[in-house]
Design a protein around this ligand. Sequence first.
Ligand SMILES: C[S@@+](CC[C@H](N)C(=O)[O-])C[C@H]1O[C@@H](n2cnc3c(N)ncnc32)[C@H](O)[C@@H]1O
Length: 229
Amino acid sequence: MEEKNGDDEDCDDTPSMTTVSRHCFGDDSETPSFCISIIENMKEDYGLFVWPCSVVLAEYVWQQKHRFSGATVVELGAGTSLPGLVAAKLGARVTLTDNSTRLEVLDNMRRVCDLNKLECNVLGLTWGVWDLPIFSLQPTIILGADVLYDSNAFDDLFATVAFLLQNSPGSIFVTSYHNRSGHHLIEFLMGKWGLKCLKLLDGFSFLPSDKASVLSGNIQLAEITLISR
Ligand SMILES: C[S@@+](CC[C@H](N)C(=O)[O-])C[C@H]1O[C@@H](n2cnc3c(N)ncnc32)[C@H](O)[C@@H]1O
């Protein structure tokens, strides 16, 4: 990942913390197929930073590109939205979502889409909240990078994921997360919400070495679906 400083138009006294990072994808690191530019802001927490799980999930989307061309994708807690933007670049119809109260995150998503000349829908979607637009979402693939970080929000997240999976039969939730305390809570919640794990991978098992060398932690990638699909 290559970063460069940018400027911003803040009126306060603090120095600009806005940067643009570039993330490239290809079968050969010397000649990438494409790169995505992401606007980040270190002053904000969570939503305006490319978290390592996002790099892992975006790489997985690239490597699974045959599944994304023509797919309908919803990214939950998308923040800077790297995985969703890779899916859009691969020909998916993408809706990027984040907490509907985080207007600065939703605005940044629109800017990042423009910057990369990609057309995605941007939608405020708070987990566990049933606003009207969620009922018309019928994703074939749901993405979520680092959305399992606050156990107080797990139930709301799983409620939203279970709803979307039910609303779109045959769909799948692909998520990357830091495995900090084992899988017990996630397994419990999957059972509670009628979900099962189809695939569980070590995030570092498929990352190219140049990306793996700048990341750390125990990052897992799971594909989750309905038990009764
Ligand atoms: C750790 S950040 C991950 C951001 C991005 N997916 C990444 O990996 O770089 C968690 C994201 O989830 C969003 N989020 C947290 N709670 C949420 C909620 N209740 N509903 C919707 N989004 C939420 C945050 O705004 C933030 O963008």
